[in-house]
Design a protein around this ligand. Structure first.
Ligand code: NAX
Ligand code: K
Length: 503
């Protein structure tokens, strides 16, 4: 049975919080004159159509309905499916007679058409598809009891799950799992995209995302500033200009990577190589003398200098346009001295890895750096647990930016970028789990540094860099996610960048 949710036309970029979506719903009803029941009918119809195109041979359907308007969408799906002759089982975790407004009307319409509503939460052993209409943007507390059991049973069931609007249990604003959440094969989401679909646990819960605006006119959106922006490589690459025919290496900047304590040389090498592949004109690695003589073997385009002390570093800083500080810097005195020297250099900095750990111990602010923590490093910087960071990644990135200045990139699925401008936070929707391997973070540091060196502003370099890195990871993952190495991603940067030249 084909079970790929078809791609929608490119997903929009605006991301709205639940409270904003309620206002948009309201405006669609009051200003655009679309009755609430009609919106719900459109939502259910869109979900049902997606179900039929994705699983055309499905004959039986289990629809899980909750207590709010999300359930209303589910009752529309159930009614339409039953009318088409599918065997429909509706499991209602909330008494349908206790529903209100449009949702009640849709439950009644389903029942009036001869549909049965069961209160026994046990899922049938055999069903072709499960529709999740338990909770949408109205989740108000953690899921527990029977609700949690049904969600767990759905996740364990062999049948695919199509989530309506938001996978139940997922917080649409943050991407946090509220107790337990549906892990769907696909999510069809309405009126506006939500940040929580793209970050935190969102990518695990949503499966493929399908968007339907329900024909709400553009005027309805005009007054609402999105809470966050979904970014991807196709929407970012225009910020990189094709090279002039007369370009020389000096035009593309000189990146200095500082890192590579004994045993950690690979991190600096990966950052340096990524900087080259992301188009830096020149890359020098300032590293521990123990391995400076062999660090560029196989990549002679990299310049390598052994540095013992900050005195050795000074002339290298002098020649650099941008510093990538931290890959493999280590925790000992050697790294400490270089860290201090780099902080005093008047150059834009990309700060990663051990440099972030030093920053956590001795906090300070700068307007000239991009911090690239993963959730563990962010937790140390913020004095929180990693779990707390992951519960609200957008808030964590925002706090990092406020506290440390510059631009914060919170890495991990759905990387979040917050800069000093008043633009809404950006969330990158490219990338794949193949990126979860050692060295890909070093590669990001190199990519972002290379973009700074090529003249992008701090915030642009962070956003373009995250998307370029993720898209290169996606290109590399076409040969498989598991076993994808940072080197594979680095090799794919050049092909990904070709789309800039092809314009
Ligand atoms: N006109 C509209 O407002 C439209 C709404 N739509 C749908 O309506 C949804 C939003 O509807 P609602 O605001 O009614 O919210 P939901 O349907 O998401 O859920 C709210 C209900 O669930 C209960 N609840 C919250 N957390 C719970 C938990 N952890 N365990 C058990 N019960 C819990 C609440 O008490 C409330 O009764 C959207 O996600 C979308 O699916 C669509 O039909 C499009 C139009
Ligand atoms: K749902």
């Amino acid at each position: 049975m084909p079970h790929r949710i078809p791609e929608t036309s490119p997903l929009p970029h605006a991301l709205y919080r639940a409270e904003q979506l309620r206002l948009l719903d309201r405006a669609a009803i009051d200003e655009a004159g679309i009755a609430g029941g009609e919106l719900m009918e459109r939502a259910g119809r869109a979900a049902y159509r997606l179900l039929r195109t994705t699983w055309p041979r499905a004959r039986s359907l289990t629809v899980l309905c909750g207590a709010g308007n999300n359930a209303g969408d589910g009752y529309v799906v159930a009614r339409r499916a039953a009318a088409d002759g599918l065997a429909v089982r509706v499991i209602a975790l909330a008494d349908p007679d206790g529903l209100r407004g449009d949702a009640l009307a849709k439950a009644v319409a389903y029942r009036d058409a001869g549909g049965r509503i069961l209160s026994d939460p046990a899922l049938p052993a055999r069903t072709d598809v499960i529709i999740d209409a338990l909770l949408g943007i109205g989740i108000g507390r953690d899921v527990e009891g029977r609700w949690a059991e049904v969600i767990r049973a759905s996740n364990a069931h062999q049948a695919p799950v199509l989530a309506i609007d938001v996978p139940s249990g997922l917080d649409a604003d943050t991407g946090a799992v509220r107790g337990t959440a549906i892990e769907a094969q696909g999510t069809t989401t309405f009126i506006g995209l939500k940040p929580g679909l793209f970050t935190g646990a969102g990518p695990d819960c949503c499966g493929r995302i399908h968007f339907d605006r329900l024909d709400v006119p553009a005027t309805v959106y005009a007054r609402t500033v999105a809470a966050a922006r979904r970014i991807d490589w196709p929407s970012q690459r225009h910020l990189l200009a094709p090279r002039r025919r007369t370009a020389h290496k000096g035009d593309s900047g000189h990146v200095l990577v500082i890192g590579g304590a004994p045993g950690l040389a690979g991190a600096a090498r990966l950052a340096g190589e990524a900087a080259l592949r992301a188009g830096a004109g020149l890359v020098t690695i300032a590293t521990h003398p123990a391995h400076a003589s062999w660090l560029n073997i196989g990549r002679p385009e990299l310049m390598c200098r052994g540095v013992e002390t900050p005195v050795d570093l000074a002339p290298l800083i002098e020649r650099a346009d941008v510093i990538a500080l931290g890959p493999g810097l280590g925790q000992d005195a050697w790294g400490e001295a270089l860290w201090r020297a780099a902080l005093n250099a008047e150059r834009p900095l990309v700060v990663d890895a051990d440099a972030l750990n030093r920053l956590a111990r001795a906090p300070r602010r700068s307007d000239h750096w991009i911090l690239t923590p993963h959730p563990g490093e962010a937790a140390r910087l913020l004095g929180l647990s990693t779990a707390a960071v992951q519960l609200d990644r957008i808030a964590a990135a925002r706090t990092l930016q406020e506290r440390f200045g510059g631009v914060a990139i919170l890495k991990g699925a759905g990387s979040v970028i917050v800069g000093p401008s008043h633009r809404p936070p950006a969330i990158c929707s490219d990338g794949n789990p193949g990126l979860a391997s050692g060295g890909t973070g070093d590669a990001l540091t190199g990519v972002v540094a290379a973009l700074l060196a090529q003249g992008l502003e701090l915030e642009e370099a962070a956003e373009v860099g995250v998307c370029l890195h993720a898209a290169a990871g996606d290109a590399a993952a076409r040969e498989g996610e598991r076993g994808l190495l940072a080197s594979d991603l680095i090799a794919a940067l050049r092909g990904t960048l070709r789309s800039v030249e092809a314009r």
